[in-house]
Write a protein that binds this ligand. Structure first.
Ligand SMILES: [Zn+2]
Ligand SMILES: [Zn+2]
Ligand SMILES: [Zn+2]
Length: 156
């Protein structure tokens, strides 16, 4: 589907971290936007930080493959710390900002029709659900499925 040639894929395991990212990150066949061997759609550009090792992984399967300990979700009492990486722009979000999602950002009084102005000339029309699951910095759409699995990543 994507037009770009197969991106640079790297597998990084403990104790190394992937030096392409500003935060400590590991995973299996991770591309430059944090897609991985398990989640590889246009929307899968999120990496999540785990409480056990304070390192970001594209998904929990990556965590289990890259480490030899059990994954622990990000602790609730640290939800105001960065715990989510947008692989598209490299911004980090706090767990709270990610979980609250667009509901705060896009719930502007009155006009619902304000589109997240798309200067993104990139390929793909992945932002069909504007505001719901998207990076507040660059507007990249996130996979809503991640939040369905939020109990794996964030302490309930
Ligand atoms: Zn861990
Ligand atoms: Zn993965
Ligand atoms: Zn972003």
């Amino acid at each position: 589907m994507a037009t770009n040639p197969t991106d640079d894929r790297r597998t990084t395991t403990v104790p190394a971290t992937d030096d392409r990212f500003a935060v400590p990150l590991r995973g299996v066949a991770v591309d430059r936007e944090t897609r991985c061997a398990h989640w590889d759609s246009a929307l899968d550009v999120v990496a999540l930080r785990f409480g056990c090792c304070e390192t970001y992984y594209p998904c929990d399967a990556c965590h289990d493959a890259a480490t030899d300990h059990a994954a622990e979700p990000w602790p609730r009492d640290r939800f105001d710390e960065p715990a989510v990486l947008c692989g598209a722009c490299g911004a980090t979000l706090t767990a709270r900002a990610y979980l609250d999602g667009g509901s705060e950002v896009s719930h502007a009084s009155g006009s619902e029709g304000q589109s997240p102005s798309g200067n993104r000339a990139s390929s793909g029309d992945s932002r069909t659900q504007s505001g719901d699951d998207a990076c507040p910095h660059c507007g990249a759409a996130f996979n809503p499925g991640c939040r369905r699995h939020r109990d794996r990543y964030f302490e309930a």
